[in-house]
Design a protein around this ligand. Structure first.
Ligand SMILES: Cc1cc2nc3c(=O)[nH]c(=O)nc-3n(C[C@H](O)[C@H](O)[C@H](O)COP(=O)(O)OP(=O)(O)OC[C@H]3O[C@@H](n4cnc5c(N)ncnc54)[C@H](O)[C@@H]3O)c2cc1C
Length: 423
């Protein structure tokens, strides 16, 4: 028998005879129903059984952290548009920073595990997931992969402890989907570089101690570490967002920002280095979206079981069952995609187009699931306390960041035709 038996209880419930008679319905045979634990998360194909004991234990640790410490406070932070800063030391304590880094106080895990951490945090809030995801895949990873020994020693230990936060500045006001067109320039001068340009939509920007800034140096995209507080570096929070409200997002201005020569990432070479980081970040987004979808499904199913309309739980109506079944089908498919892609990534065998497929599919389906859950919850669906509307708004942003649906479609199109639609 599968794991599902641990949270299902078979029960026989007789139709309510009085109401049936009142409605002129004949008394029927007992209806056989399965009582579901409303707190159970969907794992219809028992993917858990495919994880190692260590993977399961780590996932459970993160799941408990999310359930006990993050979910109870997140709606209020979303309301205020504030990141729950007090969670950063706890995330560090759990080893959630530096998941791709060996040494320097980090606890490296495989890519599958990184994906599951993104799923669990995304189940709570995409802004929370993004904070961790950027720190890991877009800051610590490039410092470790392309940085000097000195840069690794300087930044990785405090980042692992959550004492330093990083951000990743690639997009610009004029260039998002086409980062190769970036206008930000680095010019050599004796002892260092002068940076000029603007970086837009930078997650963690307002709270970061260090920014990985991508700029053209003699026409080649290069990476630079810029410390907050450096003269000419300005990170202004972007206000009035209706999505990603817990996530601090900045417009970064670099105005004659002078940095020492040793702040260049010596191993970073062109957009290839950028995409090495983005591929991992996109994988994290694909997993976070499934977490959001799981949360919406869980909320909708629990509500469908307890909400009576026309004297019966709405979950007993065929149309609502159709909605729940469709949600579960898409969640299960996306979980299977993630499990298999995670194993490919563990072996270093995943192609960028395979990551694009997961990001494209999982975010699209998560949005549809969030919308359906919102419908099932009726008017309550628009309240932050039920979480669904929060996920729905956040997923709008998730569909754009780390490559829009159109861009990932074109990446897949290029692989299946051998023809690039970008050039
Ligand atoms: C909440 C949030 C956080 C973010 N965090 C970061 C971050 O930390 N660091 C960072 O560098 N960036 C970040 N971004 C920026 C993000 O990566 C960009 O928004 C994204 O790449 C899209 O760029 P754009 O918004 O400029 O849209 P555009 O590139 O202007 O696209 C506009 C529309 O045109 C479509 N389009 C573009 N090209 C084509 C084409 N060839 N064919 C068909 N359609 C096309 C797109 O699909 C989209 O629908 C973040 C964005 C958001 C919303």
């Amino acid at each position: 028998m599968g794991r599902i038996d641990t949270f299902c209880r078979e029960a026989y419930i007789f139709p309510q005879p009085d109401r049936r008679r009142a409605g002129g319905l004949p008394a029927g045979p007992p209806m056989r129903v399965t009582e579901m634990d409303p707190t159970a998360l969907p794992d219809f194909y028992d993917i858990d059984a495919l994880l190692t004991e260590d993977e399961k234990a780590f996932r459970q640790t993160v799941r408990d952290f999310v359930d006990r410490e993050c979910l109870p406070i997140i709606a209020e932070h979303f309301d205020r548009g504030a990141f729950p800063m007090h969670l950063i030391p706890r995330m560090a304590e759990l080893g959630l920073f530096g998941l791709h880094v060996k040494g320097f106080g980090c606890l490296p895990q495989n890519e599958s595990t990184y994906g599951r951490v993104c799923q669990e945090l995304g189940r709570c809030d995409s802004g929370l997931r993004a904070m961790m995801s950027v720190q890991n895949s877009l800051v610590m990873l490039p410092i470790d992969a392309f940085g000097s020994d000195e840069q690794r020693r300087r930044w990785l230990p405090p980042m692992a402890r959550g004492e330093a936060i990083g951000c990743f500045g690639l997009s610009e006001p004029g260039f998002g989907s086409d980062p190769g067109g970036m206008q930000t320039r680095a010019v050599r001068e004796p002892g260092g570089f002068v940076l000029n340009g603007r970086k837009m939509w930078i997650t963690n920007g307002p709270i970061a101690q260090v920014a990985v800034i991508w700029a053209k140096l003699e026409n080649e995209v290069s990476g630079f570490l810029v410390e907050a507080g450096t003269p000419g570096f300005h990170a202004t929070p972007i206000q009035r967002k209706f999505a990603y409200r817990t996530s601090p997002t900045a417009l970064i201005r670099l105005e004659d920002c002078r940095i020492p020569a040793e702040n260049r990432l010596p191993g970073a070479r062109g957009l290839k280095s950028v995409f090495r980081c983005l591929n991992v970040a996109r994988w994290g987004v694909a997993c976070g979206a499934v977490g959001a979808a799981m949360a919406c499904y869980q909320a909708a199913r629990a509500f469908a079981l307890e909400r009576n309309v026309f004297d019966r739980p709405i979950g007993s109506y065929q149309l609502v069952q159709d909605q729940l079944a469709r949600m579960l089908v898409e969640i299960t498919k996306a979980q299977l995609v993630n499990h298999h892609l995670g194993r490919l990534m563990d072996r270093g065998a995943a192609r960028p187009a395979q990551i694009s497929l997961a990001k494209l599919n999982n975010v699209r389906e998560a949005m549809a699931i969030a919308r359906t859950a919102r419908d099932i919850l009726g008017a309550r669906g628009i309240l932050a306390d039920h979480h669904v509307i929060r996920h729905l708004c956040d997923l709008e942003a998730v569909s754009t960041l780390e490559g829009t649906a159109s861009i990932h479609t074109l990446v897949i199109g290029q692989e299946v035709t051998g023809l690039s639609a970008f050039t």
